[in-house]
Design a protein around this ligand. Structure first.
Ligand code: SAM
Length: 363
């Protein structure tokens, strides 16, 4: 099989949405991929010292320093093949040795930034809620992993927040009165302003007038929700120093300020609550990540016509989620068994969802 030609044909085929799985060491396969050809990389390399799976590859090094440098050779190639508009999402776990937590995710990440020019946009905590068996008597259970979002170009990278905002909150009409999505009608703020001993008469007048404007905007559905912070009333979460915080300044100068909620819903935060469900009939110890882990990366950072890559694709989860969202993808794995399993998994999905895929194709 000529991997290089297969990859080039696949990249050029605009109709194809089925994933391409390639068997091999990603260090070799990535070498044969063109510069700036991939939109979104999502991957979870084998963790150092955790390896249970067959087939050799990364993670078996005798020292963690060797592991970090092996991984950096791969991230260097990924930098070359990622488009300037692209994103790289790296899920990586840590390891204890002789009671010492090694900090491997950050060791890799800092070298990527310092030595390879990657720009880190988010460090996401994946809260798994449950960990492996842990009988420690002198430390906490470990239930999180890191997911780093890297880009090559902080100005050019594709990011579509509209695809990942939670449901838009809507203004509600209750007993004839307009109230915000979370039930704020302004009555309590009005009372607080009128009874305030911390505001001057002039400040009270301005606060009431601006509050009325905001309520008018709620009525017209221009904003769905708001909070008002009034001097001496609400607790603030920002610094009280006017040098540090613009809000502290506003509070000192005007006596109040507003917080507005985006009408299209809120952006997800950087702590993801995803329980690692084993949704497959697994024969082996696949360190599979949940499908939900790939959802935000694909929706926000891979354009509709884009292509996703997972260089350590394991059971093919990244490609399955890419297909669910009508994106092309390439998965590479060193284990023949996992490549076969991935192809079976995709075929089962296509069989069960032929109607949905037909709709995609007609779009
Ligand atoms: C943590 S698993 C990935 C699991 C995957 N995210 C999933 O959901 O199934 C890491 C994978 O990397 C593969 N691997 C290890 N070294 C490799 C290499 N040099 N090139 C390609 N794949 C490799 C292993 O076979 C394993 O399937």
């Amino acid at each position: 099989m000529n991997n290089k030609q297969d990859i080039i044909d696949y990249l050029n085929d605009n109709k194809q949405k089925d994933p391409l799985f390639i068997l091999g060491d990603c260090a070799d396969i990535l070498n044969s991929m063109p510069d700036n050809s991939i939109d979104c990389i999502i991957t979870s390399p084998p963790y150092w010292g955790h390896r249970l799976y067959s087939g050799g590859g990364i993670g078996l090094e005798s020292s963690y320093n060797d592991y970090v440098s092996d991984l950096l050779k791969i991230t260097n190639e990924l930098y070359r093949i990622l488009k300037p508009t692209g994103s790289f999402w790296l899920n990586i776990g840590d390891t204890y040795r002789n009671k010492k937590l090694l900090g491997i995710p950050w060791r890799v990440s800092i070298k990527m930034m310092d030595e390879q020019n990657w720009i880190l946009r988010n460090s996401v905590i994946w809260n798994k809620h449950k960990g492996g068996l842990d009988s420690s008597k002198d430390k906490l259970r470990n239930i999180h992993e890191n997911i780093f979002h890297f880009v090559k170009d902080e100005k050019k990278y594709h990011y579509d927040t509209s695809k990942i905002r939670s449901d838009a909150r809507k203004t509600i009409i209750k007993n004839g009165a307009v109230i915000s999505a979370t039930g704020v009608s302004g009555v309590r703020y009005k009372r607080q302003i009128e009874l305030s001993t911390a505001l001057t008469d002039e400040e009270k007048k301005n606060a009431l007038s601006e509050l009325n404007n905001v309520l008018e905007r709620i009525k017209n559905n221009e904003i769905s929700d708001f909070r008002m912070i009034i001097r001496g009333q609400q607790r603030t979460t920002h610094s009280d120093s006017e040098k540090v915080s613009g809000r502290a300044k506003e509070l000192a100068q005007k006596g109040f300020y507003f917080l507005f909620y985006h009408p299209d819903g809120t952006l997800p935060g950087d702590v993801w609550e995803i329980i690692p469900e084993d949704t497959q009939k697994r024969k082996e110890h696949y360190a599979v990540y949940p499908e939900d882990l790939c959802k935000i990366p694909i929706l926000a950072t891979c354009p509709k016509e884009g292509i996703v890559l997972d260089p350590f694709s394991g059971s093919g989860t990244t490609s399955l989620v890419a297909l669910r969202h009508n994106r092309k993808s390439i998965g590479i794995d060193i284990s023949e068994e996992y490549i076969e399993f991935s192809n079976e998994r995709i075929n089962e999905y296509k069989h069960a969802n032929s109607g949905v895929l037909q709709l995609f194709n007609e779009e």
